[in-house]
Design a protein around this ligand. Structure first.
Ligand code: ADP
Ligand code: MG
Length: 630
């Protein structure tokens, strides 16, 4: 393409409206942090222009006759370092050129500047090009921009050109040099912008930013080459579900997530009502690598009328951050920055509704395809459970799908509904034990008394479990209760038959309890006879007022040591080791039985996955015991 300005006669010079030169400088150097958005702006303008012409044609037969199938063509010319975006849309008349491209922010330059000031520079820098300023982003990548255009229905054509330095010119353009209808924007790329002459680069940008616009896009890789279609002008989510294959959904999902797995769940719906929007949501079948990043931000793609507004809109709560999501709404105001768009009430209400719907879809999956759902829960259960702690209003929905390992689960997750349906006589609570490994938890001595009574215990092994069980009040009126906490109140639950014929409790066990209290005073808060033990000799539990032991452990790992009090030692009065200790206390006195008492405490610690209090002393006592012929 030749430089049209050279052949046009007597260009008229114009100054941009006041403040505009300054604004241009600001715009091109700070407003857009990502330079490739210029293409998004040009494409969305071109698509808008096509849409306008379509609309005007409705009431104007002459225009209708002139309007072809809407098309945007991007042409690259490496030799001349030119990038051209042409459309067959409505175009611009002389006056429209002046008002549209001569005045930044038709809504008022001052208002725009004020807004920018209010947002304190840094936030202002993410103002997106939806304030009537989008076109000027071209000056980030070009040092000369020309717009050749002909208004639909008019004979004259015009050439607008500017270097983006405060002035622009408009000259009449010979008809044969002008597009028959529409606009052709030619960027003379600056020295830093050679990348935008590479077809693959353009294709990537188009795919990401504008693959969703309503007009097809062709790419001409070099002048004279056949155009190649790089976007078909139909956003997948805007098509009816019946016209979309699962393969297309999968392709789309992969493009969206950058992952290669199949979506485990695909949900596609259109919401009507006060705010209208379309949603396409996917639950991955593999964990994304950034699932446990500390920021825990959900990243959704937000479109407004198929123009990408944000790639990382925080629409969903953190506990749904694994969901890959596109939302497209016509009801979100366009004249806002990304940060402001985030805070818009319309967006907040969309986010809420979308979260509700996704939870419903998960529930449906759990009901109809339990195996598929089990895999989802396996991957994302730990994240979903964060919602139990953080969002009480979602608790019921989450409890409805949450699955847990338990002493009765046998490899298949148990729901709270399953648990409650299986309560034992006189059982008043939902019991749980927390730790880092369900298998090890299942072997914990604290569970013995529960097992002997056939009482199910949830084995909670995700770190987040320690938090929600303490903040959630309960399920169907049954409170959550840690088996490591307080005096076990399961005495009222009758023993299962096979657990009944037991050894008699050791006589004088009260003396031993008193001796233990004194000897172990540095390490334990209290000592008592246990109802929860049937096989082991001793175990440690939290005091009645204290935190659950696992929670205390997690918190002390995070540096809040020593705040959580000492544990309580419970001993099993029917255990032979305890009976032997009672004897040795009677025969040798407190000093003589001290080693045995310390060993009992260390035993309980080891069974809990902890270190003996004093490993060297533990080793000495144990070898002495072995030497005695144990
Ligand atoms: P916005 O698109 O938000 O209005 P822009 O700075 O991107 O702001 O564009 C300013 C105006 O220039 C548009 O509103 C439109 O009237 C006009 N315009 C830009 N590009 C084209 C085009 N390709 N065809 C017709 N009009 C255009
Ligand atoms: Mg625009």
């Amino acid at each position: 393409m030749t430089n049209d300005a050279a052949t046009a006669d007597a260009p008229q010079q114009f100054g941009f409206e006041a403040d505009v030169a300054q604004l241009l400088e600001l715009m091109t150097h700070s407003v857009y942090s990502e330079r490739d958005v210029f293409l998004r702006e040009l494409i969305s303008n071109a698509a808008d222009a096509c849409e306008k012409l379509r609309y005007e044609s409705l009431s104007n037969e002459k225009l209708a006759a002139q309007a072809g199938a809407p098309l945007v063509t991007i042409t690259l010319d490496k030799e001349r370092r030119q990038l051209t975006v042409a459309d067959n849309g409505v175009g611009m008349s002389h006056d429209e050129l002046v008002s549209a491209l001569g005045a930044i922010a038709n809504s008022g330059t001052r208002a725009f500047l004020e807004k920018l000031g209010k947002e304190n520079g840094s936030e202002g820098s993410s103002l997106i090009g939806r304030f009537g300023v989008g076109f000027y982003s071209v000056f980030m990548v070009a040092d000369l921009v020309e717009v050749a255009t002909r208004r639909a229905g008019e004979d004259e054509a015009w050439l607008w050109s500017s270097e983006g330095k405060g002035t622009y010119s408009i000259a009449p353009l010979a008809p044969e040099k002008a597009p028959p209808v529409g606009a052709r924007v030619t960027l003379h790329l600056n020295a830093e912008s050679g990348e935008f002459l590479e077809p693959w680069r353009i294709e990537n940008i188009v795919r990401e930013h504008s693959g969703a616009v309503s007009t097809p896009i062709d790419l001409v890789e070099e002048p004279g080459k056949e155009p190649r279609r790089i976007a078909d002008g139909a956003a997948l989510w805007a098509k009816p579900k019946s016209e979309i294959t699962q393969e297309q959904y999968t392709d789309f999902y992969r493009q969206l997530s950058g992952a290669y797995d199949e979506p485990a769940l695909t949900a596609h719906w259109r919401a009507e009502g006060r705010t209208e929007y379309t949603v396409l949501a996917f639950v991955p079948s593999a964990r994304p690598f950034d699932l446990f990043e500390p920021s825990r931000k959900s990243k959704s793609k937000l479109y407004v009328r198929r123009v990408l507004i944000s790639r990382e809109a925080e629409l969903l709560p953190a506990f749904l951050r694994f969901v890959r999501l596109v939302v497209d709404s016509a009801d979100i105001p366009l004249n806002v920055s990304r940060e402001m768009a985030q805070k818009s009430p319309a967006i907040a209400s969309i986010g809420k509704a979308v979260a509700t719907r996704i939870l419903q879809e998960l529930k449906k999956l759990a009901e109809h395809e339990p195996e598929k759902f089990a895999a989802v829960w396996e991957n994302f259960g730990a994240v979903l459970k964060e919602g139990l702690h953080e969002d009480p209003s979602r608790r019921d929905d989450l409890f409805a799908i949450a699955g847990f390992a338990s002493t009765k689960s046998e490899g298949k997750a148990r729901t709270l509904k399953d648990y409650v349906a299986d309560l034992r006589e006189n059982q008043t609570a939902i019991y749980y034990i927390t730790g880092d490994d369900a298998k090890r938890l299942a072997a914990s001595p604290q569970l013995e008394g529960f097992r002997a009574r056939g009482v199910e215990v949830l084995l909670l092994d995700d770190p987040v479990d320690s938090f929600w069980v303490t903040s959630a009040l309960g399920f169907e009126g049954k409170p959550f209760k840690s088996v490591t906490q307080g005096a076990a109140d399961i005495d009222l639950v009758p023993l299962a038959e096979e657990a009944k014929d037991e050894a008699q409790p050791a006589a004088d066990v009260g003396d031993l309890v008193a001796a233990l209290r004194e000897t172990l005073a540095d390490s334990v808060e209290d000592v008592r006879v246990s109802t929860r033990l049937t096989e082991s000799a001793a175990c440690l539990v939290a005091s009645d007022k204290g935190l659950d032991r696992q929670l205390a452990r997690i918190l002390s790992e995070s540096g809040q040591n020593g705040l959580f009090g000492k544990p309580v030692l419970e001993i099993n009065a029917r255990h032979p080791a305890v009976a032997a200790l009672v004897m040795s206390l009677r025969d040798k006195g407190r000093g003589g039985a001290a080693d045995g008492m310390h060993l009992l405490l260390d035993l309980a610690r080891v069974a809990d996955g902890e270190q003996p209090v004093d490993p060297a002393a533990f080793a000495r006592r144990l070898s002495a015991l072995i030497a005695k012929g144990a």
